[in-house]
Design a protein around this ligand. Structure first.
Ligand code: NCD
Length: 310
């Protein structure tokens, strides 16, 4: 692969990606899809997955991506309990030390600033695999890649992001990325209390990116190209909100989903709760249990190769 796919050293948030860099990354993922991934491009390299928050897909996806390309993996899935943070070690000290053991660190942490803090002291690339309510850039990369593969062109799309937009980090990373494409229209669909945060709205206003806020999906469901459903982030809420939003206040079920355009796409970063009914899974528009997963693996392989072979 062309070592210059991405000039960046760390992957912390999505704002710095340019459409040209995104295209290069997506093309690299396409090449892997076409030529197969069981080469040894990452042979001799070690990835550390350092996860202070729970994960199924993201951690396994990164680890599988590394192993499939001939690399090796060390890590812990519950760093809060199984690392020296129990003994009061700071994130910064842990990152400094792990830099001697691994060539790249994939970090998931409760603190929004964790990846920035880590990058400030790290001698190896840091990949943010989810930072509190902040960002989850590789999820957004795989999401945009998935839309591109289905739709071909990313411009002029009408994309609805639905759910807990206040506490979800995937929608924040995704909104920044989608806003880079000309003519994209974003529809933020959420209860009033779970609106997308002010910093994103300010960014969209400043960059003259078209967005609308809706309390319900019903009014727009038949005209959108992409519906991105997210769960309520109960673990990030205070007691009162947790009680109030214990049952999802929005729900996509088959009857509603069938009103969508034939070539529309239904996405979800997973895990899902009751906001996305299982009877939607078999609709041809649903990509969350197959294409998003497969594309995540390819994007992470391409990303790791780019960061590790510069
Ligand atoms: C998301 C996350 O961790 O932010 N999951 C994922 O990585 N695919 C979404 C979520 O937890 O709701």
């Amino acid at each position: 692969m062309d070592a210059q796919v991405l000039p960046m050293r760390h992957v912390i948030e999505t704002q710095p990606f340019t459409p040209v860099e995104l295209e290069r990354l997506f093309n690299a993922a396409d090449v892997l899809r076409k030529n197969g991934t069981r080469d040894s491009a990452l042979h001799g390299r070690i990835m550390c997955s350092l996860f202070y928050e729970s994960s199924t897909r993201t951690r396994f996806s990164f680890e599988s991506a590394m192993l499939r390309r001939g690399g090796q993996v060390i890590g812990t899935e519950n760093a809060g309990e199984f690392s020296s943070s129990v003994k009061g070690e700071s994130l910064e000290d842990a990152i400094r030390v792990i830099g001697y053991y691994a060539d790249v660190i994939v970090l998931r942490h409760t603190d929004e600033k964790s990846s920035k803090r880590a990058a400030a002291v790290s001698q190896v690339p840091i990949i943010n695999a989810g930072s509190g309510k902040g960002q989850h850039p590789t999820q957004a990369l795989l999401d945009v890649y998935t839309i591109r593969r289905r739709r071909g062109d990313l411009s002029n799309l009408r994309v609805a992001l639905m759910g807990d937009l206040k506490n979800g980090r995937t929608v924040r990373s995704l909104a920044y990325l989608l806003g880079k494409y000309p003519g994209v229209q974003l529809y933020f669909v959420s209860p009033e209390e779970l609106r997308i945060a002010q910093d994103i709205r300010a960014h969209f206003i400043e960059h003259k990116i078209s967005f609308h806020e809706y309390p319900e999906i019903e009014d727009i469901i038949d005209s959108i190209d992409v519906l991105y459903v997210t769960r309520t982030q109960l673990e990030r809420m205070d007691e009162d909100d947790r009680e109030k939003f214990a049952t999802a206040s929005y729900r996509l079920h088959r009857g509603l989903a069938q009103r969508m355009k034939e070539d529309a796409i239904i996405m979800h970063p997973l895990p899902r709760n009751d906001e996305l009914s299982t009877d939607v899974d078999t609709l041809p528009q649903a990509v969350y249990l197959n294409e998003q997963i497969e594309n995540g693996l390819l994007i992470r392989m391409a990303l790791l190769e780019s960061l590790l072979t510069q």
